[in-house]
Design a protein around this ligand. Sequence first.
Ligand code: RAM
Length: 488
Amino acid sequence: MKGLYLKTADVNLPELNEEIITPEISRQILSSGDETVIDLGNHYVGYFSFKLNSADEYIDAPVRLRIQFCEISNELEYDFSAYNGGLCESWLQEEIINIDFPGEYEMQRRYAARYIKIKVVATRQKIVLSDFEFNSVSSADVKQLKELTGCEEALKKIDSVAVNTLKNCMQRVFEDGPKRDRRLWIGDLRLEALTNYYTFNNLSLVLRCLYLFAAADTNDKEFIPGYIYENPSYVSGSWFLEDYALLFVASVCDYYNHTEDNETFEDLYPVVKQQMDAMHMTLDADGIVTIAEGCDAFIDWCEGLEKITSLHGVYMYVLGNLVDVLNKINHKDKNVYLKRYEAARKSAENMLYNKEKQAFLNAKDNYQYSVHSAVWMVLGGVVTGKNAEELLLSVLNSADSLKPFTPYMHHYVVEAMIKLGMMKEAAAYIKKYWGGMVNLGADTFYEVYVPEDLDFSPYGDKKLNSMCHAWSCTPAYYIRKYFDNSDI
Ligand code: RAM
């Protein structure tokens, strides 16, 4: 089966569209110690080339350049040698190159950048750098994109940044971030695929990614890993995130809902079933999900976050999505999952909800009060209607609750609002949160954005935060699905 899955993934390997960016910068005459900055005018992903020539006399020694690729202008000031984070510093986009002869120089590696800073580390004679070109690549076909017609300027601007974010993450797979980690993660894939349906609609890229995960090695619990590598050859990931395994199922359901492609759904159903059954096996005596040994849950990059209530909500949300699809196609297993959904809801009402406080405060999560729990319980359908709306607004406005850290989690806040019909609040939330990045001058949306702490990094040093990150692209999905041509 794995072989067949990989074959389908291969058949759907996309062609990359290229666009040559020629920055407006004249030829630069530089000596040792000089520096120049090239502004590409927007954030792109691709390959950089330039010409090097001698100015007056022939260069009689190699020329040593330090070239730094920066996603945002602040990075131009970063001292890469002072990096102090938990991830490997080789992710920093910096090269020292030595050029022996004058002529054209094409850099071999792919970069994500708007700015390119070149420092002449050593040269004997003056040099001339010219003919700068950036060959940008993406598997998004921009011709597929429809213009927004009836939406206010603030949302239009947010949409364009979101679309740019998605475009730059669409490569051989839906990457999480073209600077880092440059790989396929389920949580990111799901949000990219959803946004892709309303923008570039590259269905074969979605198929490719779903089949790549279907081919992954599962752990002894039968969960697929949270990520995989596919280039130059296939390697299965080794971090097993239960919420991500469930969101694979959600992604298959989204794909079915968008395409009604029964054949693909049936093809992937064994993996779907495996994830749902593996999750079912984690239920404790109270009927609440647990994090199995050797597994983990992501939910958000939020320090100290207790995750059981959220994870239970993800489980219910995915059960709900799956039951909808199984009903649509009148699948034989539809009642199995409906029963599980109902049982999971009862357990959540009994064990996770505090009636007196009207909040999700419970022993499973050490009575921690978080937006995450509330959002996922709303999405799981444990609370509904006016009650849910009030509960959600209280936790969002409370000074004591843990708040989302990543645009990924903020996406699900907006989804919860939309589920409750809070359309005005959802639009306002997008304008405030993603609009905040636009106000900072974002060309693409960031991996993490905490307005009160702009230096926050889950990795201990913001130099490695990704400034064009897939899971941040969903305003384009919301705007195009709900807010373009609406009165909101
Ligand atoms: C980080 C990346 C990725 C995300 C995982 C859980 O490494 O930001 O996008 O899915 O974490």
